[in-house]
Design a protein around this ligand. Structure first.
Ligand SMILES: Nc1ncnc2c1ncn2[C@@H]1O[C@H](COP(=O)(O)OP(=O)(O)O)[C@@H](O)[C@H]1O
Ligand SMILES: [Mg+2]
Length: 258
């Protein structure tokens, strides 16, 4: 059996008025592959990610996604209801700020359980057990299940957001600076945890980061963006150990502050 790409992006371009958000982006993402998008602030990383996740509509270009039935569909030709269903079932989206991806007014357990209910689970006991199991997987003590996320530290909130996203068994997870708002000591542990989960679950992921250490640890392949365009892409180790573009060489040698 031949493996086909999960996602095929062609000439994706987003303008904000006259300003370029991202321009002419083409790439394939394979099942189980982790792709990092790196570049300095304003290079178009978030614009690209939001277009891919259908949170923004591109100006031109297409993204074909292989649905669970094996058929490719152009994401921007799906109905809003179909897009929402993908978002709830097949995809996760981890925001930099956990408050953007959590419901802060309901308990940790409910934050995880709610996503299960959204895919049709109705049995209260099973929902609670699965939520407890996922809290453990992200290293949150199960006796915190009834606490509100606002009682949690930044690192715990981010781990809760990850549990909420992974509980439904997505095939693809989008992440925008998943460790960006955290203390350095907390970042390292979260990265380890994320790397383990992504590998165990065989997840495909697209991770936006300005931090090359995050790209090194999490990704198989990376794309370097500058002024809305991809200027270099390749296997992560190759790009970081042997960057070809002068701009990437600057990034890697940390001369550029990003
Ligand atoms: N909502 C918006 N309206 C107008 N311009 C925007 C908007 N969002 C981003 N931009 C511009 O698009 C470019 C890319 O921004 P962004 O995708 O946020 O980059 P990054 O995530 O790499 O920091 C920048 O020039 C930014 O100013
Ligand atoms: Mg951004």
């Amino acid at each position: 059996m031949t493996t086909l790409p999960l996602l095929k992006t062609r000439n994706l371009t987003k303008f904000y008025g006259n300003r370029i958000g991202c321009k002419d982006i083409s790439f394939d993402l394979w099942p189980g592959e982790v792709l990092a998008i790196v570049g300095e602030s304003g290079s178009g990383k978030t614009t690209l990610l939001n277009c891919l996740a259908t949170r923004l509509t591109p100006t031109t270009g297409s993204v074909e996604y292989q649905m669970r039935d094996g058929q490719y569909r152009d994401l921007y030709r799906l109905t809003e209801a179909e897009q929402r269903l993908l978002m709830r079932t097949d995809w996760g989206f981890v925001h930099q700020n956990p408050a953007d991806g959590l419901r802060m007014a309901v308990s940790a357990g409910a934050n995880v359980g709610e996503r299960l209910m959204a895919v049709g689970e109705r049995h209260y006991g099973r929902i609670r057990n699965t939520a407890a199991d996922w809290l453990q997987r992200v290293e949150i003590a199960v006796d915190r299940i009834d606490d509100l996320p606002r009682a949690f530290s930044g690192g715990m909130r981010q781990r809760l957001q990850i549990a909420r996203n992974l509980v439904t068994g997505p095939r693809l997870v989008f992440m925008d600076e998943p460790t960006g708002g955290l203390d350095v000591s907390v970042q390292a542990r979260l990265l380890d945890l994320l790397r383990g989960l992504v590998a165990d679950l065989g997840l495909a992921a697209i991770v936006v980061t300005h931090d090359l250490a995050v790209a090194r640890l999490l990704s198989h392949r990376m794309m370097v963006m500058k002024d809305g365009r991809v200027i270099e892409q390749g296997l992560t180790d190759r790009v970081l150990d042997d960057p070809r573009q002068p701009y990437t060489q600057l990034l890697v040698s940390s001369i550029l502050q990003v």
